[in-house]
Design a protein around this ligand. Structure first.
Ligand code: KG4
Ligand code: ZN
Length: 339
């Protein structure tokens, strides 16, 4: 079955044609990132307008590249949430219109579940019904979930304040780097000393002990930076690289430690990870090292499937029950465990 996946939850307009939930025949992606850069973050109105302008063009391109006509599409899958409401609506309205025009069923997909499915898409050896731990770390969300395959998700832990990607973005901004901050921190970190500074995370006193709290780490970077700025000379690029590398190391260790602890406490030997931050090389390396040592089987998406994309939506949409296109809705605050 050929599914058209549509993703517009934030600033990326992404479409993909996916066969049988795994085989990606073609993808198109465009980002309004450049228009947001001077504001230091995504401006919702700009993002939704860009989706409206780009969707039809990208649809024509993906069909053309695959040499297919619209009639070949058998189902439409679209991100229904979580995300920016205007952005989600642009995708959902496009899916409703296409479904009605082509006479094809449609299905709304949870963006966070799709990030986790991206890891499974490339692991045909994992039964899709097996118990596993899922870690989603993106710009807006951070969650550890217990998954019974891909249909049931239950929340184990989440962030009490900043999402992991958000922490990268905020620290990059403090250091005068561009947006999004994750790739910028990763770019300058190799020239810094990751042990120059220690940025530890407070332990949780209440609630799930695996919950994340990352705003303190960001404040610690800020305090360190302000102290250095009071010194006799301006803060050098070397010091900035040391701060970036030390922050990256600390946050990666925190994420890896919590993920393997979730696997250990739930006695589950499979860990699937997804979301934009999973593109981070140090995180990928540390996860595979630690999971290797602890004999936890790890599923990590290839880099192109970590950040927002249409393939993960088309892929997961294949496994869900479709409905009439007119029943599609956008749910900006959809939680990770909700379908
Ligand atoms: O999943 P995603 O593309 O969009 C959301 O659903 O939010 O994630 C975007 C987030 C941003 O915060 C960005 O800084 C972060 O992922 N990110 C990274 C890297 N690439 C993207 N963080 C760390 N290292 C990276 N290489
Ligand atoms: Zn995302």
């Amino acid at each position: 079955m050929l599914v058209l996946g549509i993703e517009t939850s934030c600033d990326e307009t992404a479409l993909a044609l996916v066969a049988e939930g795994r085989k990606v025949l073609g993808t198109q992606i465009a980002s309004s990132l450049a228009s947001h850069q001077r504001y230091g973050g995504v401006v919702p109105e700009i993002a939704s307008r860009a989706h409206v302008e780009l969707l039809t063009l990208l649809l024509e391109r993906v069909l053309f590249d695959c040499g297919l006509k619209p009639q070949a599409v058998e189902r439409i899958a679209v991100t229904r949430g979580p995300g920016l409401s205007g952005s989600l609506l642009a995708g959902v309205c496009a899916a409703r219109a296409l479904g009605l025009a082509w006479g094809k069923p449609a299905v709304g997909v949870n963006h966070l579940q799709a990030h986790l499915y991206a890891a499974l898409m490339e692991r045909a050896d994992w039964p899709l019904s097996a118990p596993m731990i899922g870690l989603v770390i993106s710009g807006g969300h951070t969650a550890l979930v217990r998954m019974e395959g891909i249909r049931r998700f239950s929340l184990i832990a989440q962030t009490r304040d900043d999402a992991v990607g958000e922490a990268f973005d905020k620290v990059a901004k403090l250091l005068g780097l561009g947006f999004p901050g994750g790739p910028e921190i990763e770019r300058i970190s190799p020239s810094g000393n990751p042990k120059a500074y220690r940025f530890s995370v407070p332990r949780m006193k209440s609630g799930s002990s695996l919950d994340f709290s990352l705003s303190g780490m960001k404040t610690a970077v800020l305090t360190q930076l302000r102290g250095l700025e009071k010194g006799p000379s301006p803060v050098s690029d070397q010091v900035k690289a040391d701060l970036a590398a030390s922050f990256q190391r600390s946050i990666v260790e925190e994420v890896v430690m919590k993920s393997v602890e979730a696997a250990r406490s739930h006695r589950i030997g499979r860990l699937a990870v997804g979301g934009g931050v999973v593109a981070n090389r140090l995180l990928r390396d540390r996860l595979s090292e630690v999971c290797g040592d602890l004999k936890i089987d790890l599923a990590v998406p290839s880099i192109g499937l970590c950040t927002d994309n249409g393939a993960m939506v088309g892929g997961l949409g294949y496994h869900l029950n479709p409905d009439a296109p007119s029943s599609l809705t956008a749910v900006p605050d959809l939680r990770v465990e909700m379908n």
